[in-house]
Design a protein around this ligand. Structure first.
Ligand SMILES: *Cc1c(COP(=O)(O)O)cnc(C)c1O
Length: 386
């Protein structure tokens, strides 16, 4: 089976992890700060906090922005459930904004319309989470202009997008948002096995997230409510969690970061080749905004079902049967049973619903060979035309 995504681990990566295993610190040593500095410098952010998953990063980002009971968080229905669940963790309400039919990202026009309605109902969101689906950046300038007008905070869920650029600058530099999140799960662009990161240019937010990552505990006398009792002393000044990343993971992350730009460039080569090889088939290829350089975590095609004598499911099953590990990113979050039980209907977000009936993620990972890619194309042709 050719998987839809897979990690790229070299001997240098293995050596970096083994070196940490033989060192003094397996956790809370020098590697996590080094990884944070490496990523922050690469993308151009002031502060970076490594955590044990992007899900944890989303949670502490929401808390740091003050999201709580009675507040609203809005995100895209076409995302992994974690982009929405983080609002529920904080006791907030979650709602969605339909997608742009070309980019499949949260649509700024739909967002504006919904904000105007929410303003008159006195139900404006506190936090909006645009998700850079497949690595293609959302229209951040438009979303930021709406945030200035309506007063919500922005967390970019850039789980798919490390190494990508928006208007010539790396995603994660925070020019248009309050906090950006990366994921380092093995199917993503770089990996730390499990792992995530929250980046910001705001010292106060960085400080809050640092506390929340580790039990709400500080050893910094400046943050304590009264003078230290002695050299052993620490204070819990907030209710936090254990969301820390290990030294082994951070060492893997540092080692992977050295190849990030190469990884994304390779993904672009593969995407260009897919674009050419799929050109004459009844599928819609991913549209790329000219202002952006996608991280290309995923390569999603949409079936032109009116030109294919098969259902979406039949094409999908045929590909799996031919050994192609295709996937579907994503089942719209509002159609999940847990969200349906809150009252959402499939038809609430018609573009997202339609996307779900046509989308298929083809294999896309940096170690994929051209021979493997040819195998994918042959299988796609067979599944569509035979
Ligand atoms: C993978 C992913 C997450 C969650 O990442 P983890 O590191 O697995 O917690 C969140 N949002 C999106 C869009 C993702 O793809």
């Amino acid at each position: 089976m050719i998987p839809y995504g897979r990690q790229d681990i070299t001997q240098a990566d293995v050596d970096a992890v083994v070196q940490v295993l033989q060192s003094d610190y397996l956790t809370q040593g020098p590697m996590v700060p080094k990884f944070e500095e490496t990523v922050a410098q690469h993308v151009g952010a002031k502060y970076a906090l490594a955590v044990n998953s992007a899900t944890s990063a989303l949670h502490i980002a929401c808390l740091a922005l003050g999201l709580g009971k009675g507040d609203w968080l809005w995100t895209s229905p076409i995302t992994f459930v974690a982009s929405a669940n983080c609002g529920l963790y904080c006791g907030a309400n979650v709602d969605f904004v339909d997608i742009d039919p070309r980019t499949y990202n949260l649509c700024p026009i739909a967002l504006e319309k919904k904000l105007i309605e929410a303003e008159s109902a006195n139900r404006l969101p506190k936090v909006v989470i645009p998700v850079h689906l497949c690595g293609q950046p959302c229209d951040m300038a438009a979303i930021r202009a709406l945030s200035d007008r309506f007063g919500f905070k922005i967390i970019e869920d850039a789980s798919h997008a490390i190494g990508g650029k928006y208007r010539g600058e790396f995603i994660g530099n925070g020019r248009y948002s309050d906090i950006t999140i990366f994921s380092f799960h093995p199917v993503k662009i770089i990996t730390t096995a499990e792992g995530g990161m929250a980046l910001t240019n705001d010292a106060d937010l960085a400080n809050k997230m640092a506390l929340l990552r580790s039990h709400g505990i500080t050893r910094d006398p400046a943050q304590m409510t009264h003078e230290s009792d002695g050299p052993w002393y620490y204070q819990q000044i907030d209710l936090g969690f254990n969301y820390r990343m290990t030294e082994l993971q951070a060492a893997l992350g540092v080692s992977q970061m050295a190849r990030l730009d190469q990884f994304v460039a390779r993904r672009h080569e593969l995407a260009t080749r897919y674009d050419q090889l799929l050109a004459n088939l009844p599928v819609t290829r991913p549209w790329q905004h000219p202002d952006s350089y996608s991280g290309l975590h995923l390569y999603v095609i949409r079936l032109q079902l009116d030109q294919i004598g098969k259902t979406h499911r039949q094409v999908f099953e045929s590909l799996r049967e031919q050994g192609i590990g295709v996937n579907l990113h994503y089942i719209p979050v509002h159609m999940q049973p847990y969200y349906k039980a809150m009252g959402f209907k499939a038809e609430d977000f018609p573009e997202a619903k339609r996307y779900y009936t046509e989308a298929i993620s083809l294999p896309m990972f940096q170690t994929m060979s051209e021979a493997q890619q040819d195998q994918v194309i042959a299988a796609v042709e067979k599944s569509l035309l035979s």
